[in-house]
Design a protein around this ligand. Structure first.
Ligand code: IVH
Length: 679
C-alpha cells in the first residue's frame, strides 16, 4: 500500500467508527462508548486531515455542514417514479390480496417479506461510484425536491459506500424513509419547550419540518434517521433475487433497515406477524403505522407488475386507528367566514397516538344527533395517520345523570343575529353576514387578500387594531381609513411611514378587475375560478347583480346551490349597501374581454417549467383572460402545453400523448397576437 492509501484507509476506518457511534447515540439513544473516547476518535481524524489535507474525505464529520441556506429547493424528476402502496385494513382484505397474487402466479410457492411501515417521509438517494450525490423527496411521485444538503446531515445515512465483496455499484438509487426516532423526538421537544420554542405534534411532523428547512444547519441539529426499504436502480445489477436479500445487501453498505423484518411462507403467518407487531409497537424505537407486505421473490414481483400507481406485489397492512376515551367538557359553536356554525367539542385533553387532543369538530348538528353526544358524555376519539381527530362513538353506559343535550342555538353566539338553516341543508348559518364580527374579520381578511383586492400591508395585526378602534364596521370602511389618519397614527408601532404605505396601497387597490372584485365579496361557493367565469359571462356587475338562478347556472362552474347563494347575496339589503359604498369610494375596473373575444374559451392548457420573462402565475392569468382553463396536469384533453426551461414529466407526458407543446417565445407571440401583451 502506498502511504496515501494507508492514510485513506485510516481515515475511512475512523469515519465509519464515528458514524457507528453517532448512530448509537443519536438514533438508537444507546451510546456505545464514553464521550471522551468519542472525542479521541474525532481528534485523531482531525489530526490526520490537518497533516494530509489533500486526502480529506468528502463525508468527513469534522467539517460542519455550514452550507449556505438555500432560497428554495430545486425540482427533480424521478428517473423511476416513486409509487404508492395499496392498503388493507383487516384479515379478509389481506387474504384477498394474497388470493389475487396466487391467481396470477398459479402453482407457485409464494413467500412474503414483511417489513415495518415507517411513518415518515419517503426519499430517494443517488449514489454515483459510491458517493452520495443527491437526495430527493417523493413529491408527487413523478417529481420531488432536491434536499441533498439536508439529507447529508442525517447521521445514520452513509454518505460514502465502502465496497462489498470488493464492489461498489456505478449507480445505486436507494429508496427509504426519513424519520425522527421516538427518543430523539422527545429530546427535541423537551429542549424546545425548555427554551420556550415551538414543539412538534408528532415525530412525523418533526421529521417533515426538519427536512423542509432551507438551512441545512437546522436539519443537522435534528435527530433524523434514514431507513432503507428498496432499490430503485442499480448498475451493474446487484445480483440479489429476493426482497429480503436486497435489504441485507443494503445493510452491508451501511444502510439501516427496520428493526423488525420477517419472511413468511404463508399469508396466515403474515397475519400472525402483524398481530405480534401490534403488541410490540410501543417498544419500537420508531413510529410505524402498519406493516408492508411484499412478495419476496423479485422475479415474481416483476411478473405481478403494477396496477396504475401501485405494485400488485406489495400492500400496506395498516394498523387500526388509535383511539382513546375522554369526556366532553363542553360543546361550543364556532362561526366561520361565511357564517357557518360549527359545533366543536371541548374535551378533557387526551393523548391519541402521541398527539394531545383537546378540541374536536363535530361538523354539524346532524352529526351531534347521529352520535347522540351530550355535554358530560364519555366518548372515544380516534385518529388515523395524518387525519384530524374524530369522535368515534359515545359510551351511553358512562353517561352521567346531569349530561346536557345540545341544540342548535337560535342566535349567533357572536353577534346575536338569528341562526338559519335552510331546508335540506346540513349547515346552519348566522344571518348577520357582514354585520357579524366573526364574519367581519374573516370577510376583511379575504377581501384584502392577494387574489382579491390585494391590499398589501393590511395584515391581521392592522385589522385587529382597526376593528378594536371600531374603524372597520364593514369592508367599505377600508376606503375611508384615510379620513382617520390621526387615529391610525395612535395605533401602537404604526408610524407615519406605515400609515402612509397602508393608505397608498388602499388607494392602489381601487383599480382592480371585475373578477377580483367578485371574488373579494366572499360570496359562498364563489372561489377565484368561479368569479372569473362570472365576470366573463356577465361582463358587468349590474348584470350579475340582477341575474336570476337560471341565468347564473349558464356560467361554467356554477350549479344550483352556488346560483342560489349568489342570488341570496345580492338580495340581502345590507350587502347591497356595502357594495354601493365600495363603488362610491372609487373601486373600478376595465371591462373584461367579451367571451366572443376569448379565442381559447373552454380549452384546457398546462404551463410547466420555468419561464424567463414571467412567473407561471402570470402566464396562467394571461391564458385565463383568453378563456382557457389552466390545469396542473397533462391529459389527452389538454389542448396545449406551454413548456419553459427544465420542463419535466409534464412535457414528457405531452409528447407521449401527442399534445401540442409551445415554448416561451411562441407563447409570448400568441399573447401579443391576442393583445394580452403589448407589442
Ligand atoms: S415499499 C412501490 N416499504 O409507504 C412502493 N414503503 O404508502 C414501494 N413506506 O410512499 C414502497 N415503510 O414511503 C415500502 N417498508 C416500507 C415502507 C414504505 C413506509 C411508505 C413509503 C410509501 C408509502 C406508501
Amino acid at each position: 500500500m502506498t502511504q496515501d492509501a494507508t492514510v485513506i484507509a485510516q481515515m475511512r476506518q475512523l469515519i465509519q467508527l464515528i458514524a457507528k457511534h453517532n448512530h448509537a447515540y443519536y438514533v438508537m439513544d444507546q451510546p456505545t462508548i464514553e464521550d471522551s473516547e468519542y472525542d479521541q476518535l474525532f481528534h485523531q481524524l482531525k489530526a490526520l486531515e490537518e497533516q494530509y489535507p489533500h486526502l480529506q474525505q468528502p463525508d468527513t464529520p469534522t467539517v460542519k455542514v455550514g452550507g449556505q441556506a438555500l432560497s428554495k429547493f430545486l425540482t427533480v424528476t424521478h428517473a423511476v417514479p416513486m409509487l404508492s402502496l395499496g392498503n388493507v385494513f383487516n384479515q379478509d382484505d389481506l387474504f384477498a390480496f394474497a388470493r389475487r397474487i396466487e391467481e396470477r402466479l398459479p402453482n407457485q410457492k409464494i413467500e412474503y417479506d414483511v417489513e415495518l411501515k415507517f411513518d415518515g417521509l419517503a426519499i430517494s438517494l443517488w449514489y454515483e461510484h459510491g458517493v452520495l450525490v443527491r437526495g430527493v423527496t417523493r413529491g408527487d411521485g413523478e417529481t420531488g425536491e432536491d434536499i441533498t444538503q439536508n439529507v447529508k446531515t442525517i447521521r445514520n445515512l452513509p454518505k460514502f459506500l465502502s465496497p462489498v465483496n470488493g464492489v461498489i455499484p456505478e449507480l445505486l438509487e436507494v429508496r427509504g424513509e426519513v424519520l425522527m426516532p421516538k427518543s430523539g423526538f422527545e429530546r427535541l421537544n423537551a429542549a424546545n419547550a425548555a427554551k420556550g420554542e415551538k414543539t412538534f405534534a408528532n415525530p412525523r411532523n418533526a421529521a417533515a419540518g426538519s427536512l423542509r428547512q432551507l438551512d441545512p444547519n437546522i436539519a443537522a441539529s435534528r435527530p433524523l434517521a434514514f431507513y432503507a426499504y428498496g432499490i430503485a436502480q442499480c448498475v451493474p445489477h446487484h445480483g440479489q433475487t429476493t426482497m429480503s436479500g436486497s435489504l441485507e445487501w443494503l445493510q452491508q453498505f451501511g444502510f439501516a433497515v427496520g428493526e423488525r423484518h420477517f419472511i413468511c411462507s404463508s399469508i396466515q403467518e403474515v397475519q400472525k406477524v402483524y398481530e405480534q407487531i401490534i403488541e410490540e409497537r410501543s417498544k419500537l424505537s420508531v413510529e410505524i403505522d402498519g406493516m408492508v407486505i411484499k412478495v419476496n421473490d423479485l422475479k415474481q414481483q416483476q411478473k405481478l407488475g403494477f396496477l396504475s400507481r401501485e405494485p400488485r406485489w406489495a400492500t400496506a397492512y395498516k394498523f387500526p386507528a388509535v383511539a382513546a376515551l375522554t369526556t366532553v367538557e363542553n360543546i361550543d359553536w364556532q362561526v366561520g367566514r361565511t357564517g357557518t356554525l360549527t359545533p366543536v367539542a371541548r374535551l378533557n385533553p387526551v393523548a391519541v397516538g402521541g398527539v394531545t387532543v383537546s378540541n374536536v369538530t363535530l361538523h354539524n348538528i346532524g352529526e351531534i344527533h347521529r352520535l347522540d353526544v351530550r355535554i358530560g358524555d364519555t366518548v372515544s376519539v380516534y385518529r388515523s395517520g395524518d387525519v384530524i381527530p374524530k369522535v368515534e362513538k359515545v359510551w351511553p353506559e358512562f353517561r352521567p345523570a346531569n349530561a346536557v343535550e345540545v341544540h342548535l342555538p337560535e342566535n349567533c353566539p357572536v353577534c346575536g343575529s338569528p341562526v338559519v338553516m335552510p331546508e335540506g341543508e346540513a349547515l346552519a348559518r348566522c344571518s348577520g353576514e357582514l354585520y357579524c364580527a366573526a364574519q367581519r374579520i374573516e370577510t376583511i381578511r379575504h377581501f384584502v387578500s392577494r387574489k382579491a383586492m390585494d391590499i398589501e400591508g393590511l395584515g391581521d395585526r392592522w385589522v385587529e387594531s382597526l376593528l378594536h378602534l371600531n374603524l372597520l364596521k364593514d369592508v367599505s370602511d377600508i376606503y375611508h381609513l384615510h379620513e382617520h389618519r390621526e387615529q391610525l397614527l395612535q395605533i401602537e408601532k404604526m408610524g407615519e411611514k406605515s400609515v402612509q404605505n397602508l393608505i397608498d396601497s388602499i388607494e392602489n387597490s381601487k383599480k382592480t378587475t371585475l373578477a377580483a372584485f367578485i371574488y373579494a365579496l366572499g360570496i359562498r361557493g364563489v372561489g377565484e375560478t368561479t368569479a372569473r367565469m362570472l365576470a366573463n359571462t356577465f361582463q358587468t356587475l349590474d348584470a350579475l347583480r340582477s341575474a336570476d338562478v337560471d341565468a347564473l347556472k349558464k356560467t361554467p362552474d356554477v350549479g344550483d346551490i352556488t346560483a342560489e347563494w349568489i342570488v341570496d347575496f345580492f338580495q340581502a339589503p345590507h350587502n347591497l349597501e356595502v357594495l354601493d359604498r365600495l363603488l362610491a369610494a372609487g373601486i373600478h375596473w376595465d371591462a373584461p374581454i367579451a367571451p366572443t373575444r376569448q379565442p381559447l374559451n373552454g380549452e384546457s392548457w398546462v404551463v410547466t417549467g420555468t419561464l424567463s420573462s414571467m412567473g407561471r402565475d402570470e402566464a396562467t392569468q394571461l391564458l385565463q383572460a383568453l378563456g382557457a382553463r389552466v390545469s396542473g396536469s397533462v391529459s389527452s384533453k389538454t389542448k396545449c402545453v406551454v413548456a419553459g426551461e427544465k420542463a419535466g414529466s409534464k412535457l414528457d407526458k405531452a409528447e407521449k400523448l401527442g399534445v401540442p407543446v409551445i415554448n416561451e417565445a411562441q407563447f409570448i407571440a400568441l399573447m401579443k397576437e391576442h393583445g394580452q401583451i403589448e407589442e
